[in-house]
Design a protein around this ligand. Sequence first.
Ligand code: HEM
Length: 522
Amino acid sequence: KPRLPSHLAHLKPVPGPKGLPFIGNALAMPRVKEWKVFKEWSNLYGNIFQVSVFGRTIIVVNSFDIAIELTEKRGAIYSSRPRLIMAGKLMGFNATYPLMPYNDGLRAARRLAHHTLSPRPVKSMLHVPEEEGGRWLRRLLNNPKEWKQSVAEVNGAVTTKIVYGYQAGGGKDPMVKAFEVALHAFSLAIAPGAHLVDFFPSLQKVPGWLFRFGFRELADHGKDALMYSADSSWTFVQNQIAAGVARPSMALDSLNLIQKEKNQKASSDMDEVAKWTAAATAGAGAHTPVSALMFWVLAMVAHPHIQKKAQEEIDHVVGRDRLPNLNDRQKLPYIEAIIKEVLRWHPVTPCGVPHTSTEDDEYEGMFIPKGTSVILNQWAMLHDPTYFSEPEKFLPERFLGDSPADQVRAGNPYAVAFGFGRRICPGLHLGSVMLYCFISKALATFDIKRPMSAETGLECDPPVDAAPGNVSFPVEFDCRFVARDRKAIDLINRDTEELVAPEGMPPGFELPPESHSLAHHW
Ligand code: HEM
């Protein structure tokens, strides 16, 4: 029980489940579908409740209004991050801004990111998702069985081009792969409750041989993978600049901005900030839209009539003689409604990315101590029946008609799914454009069909469910991307960029092996 400072002594603690001495609610904490369990707990304790795990206070927020009150209106207090030992300190992800506390380092990094990714400057980069979206169609046509791999690759191709000016190729592109490996290690490191060292930092000092299934092997691997992705991509840009062939990119924008401001402010460390800002942006941007796209594919397979309606809209507005592009976006409300519904139906980060408070605070007579982690349950907010009737159903129509759900801010998935306040996703605009480009182009040219059962040889339903993970993906499912007709095939072959060989990484860097074998806990 936290000891209250005298001027806050009148406050009540935030309600929540009773815990055991020392471990608190550790045993009761859900390991799968936390978002659903937390929503159920909110029926008992309210839309803001508190749990404690090994002495650490965690607040779970299940309503949009409270999320805005804390993270936006009180943004000066609720914009930090929890300190992570395993992913942050031992693997080195503390150098990346998504994990940074609310400090000057974070502000410097976000400033560089906004310099390229804000709605206005990013406009000059939006040909990239258009072109890579076209190349993706070619990949789907040539190799439909590898549709899953190609979704990850097209996202990696867009972000590495925008961040580093790097041209990825299909197949196992080395730069795209580098970020994939680093992110995989990161996701293993942050799995809830996976590493005791996050709760007992003194375990860092225990010799490795005492822990047979120690965390050090994974930590070392994660560090190697992170350093490899950040260093090799940064060296790529440096080499391109030195050779006078660097393409426009966020890395180049950042270096130019730093150069311009060097005379005004002493900023000798700024090149290092630019390197890590680039790596964090490429990593975060390559991963999150993949989740949304996988849920979109699942929604299309599970709801063929919605898919058909979307194709009819595209055929009617764009016709069959060209691919949809960004100029058509305003005229395709059903596609837009599908994107919103994908972000709502199963948000990319159902439990958000935790914020941390940096001062003691009071909320409606309750005490929230400094250092509290705040879980923003986006899934609960986006399944709030006040704004979304039949929230479990995939219904793009809820965003159309005379009183669309998003006529109020709490009913707009864009106001929730990209996070909150001063930590809101800096890639929001680009991410939304990526989803539009890929979704509209794929629907214009492909039918996404149910998989064939190996046993019966007949079409079967995919499982509609989510796997565990902070960035959420559907459970394993399959489908078939089948070109709609000859016209679609001709259109792809005529109107999309040719596939290219990967540009390749600078010599002298060796990609660490993948980390699947290291997924043990503790
Ligand atoms: C469908 C697409 C995307 C979704 C749903 C999404 C969602 C999110 C969310 C929920 C957060 C946490 C915000 C918070 O703490 O409240 C976040 C942070 C972040 N996102 Fe995205 N994102 C997407 C695309 C992108 C893209 C394309 C990029 C980069 C090009 C990107 C880069 C980042 C970074 C760097 C952060 C950390 C910001 C910080 O901690 O200050 N994201 N995103």
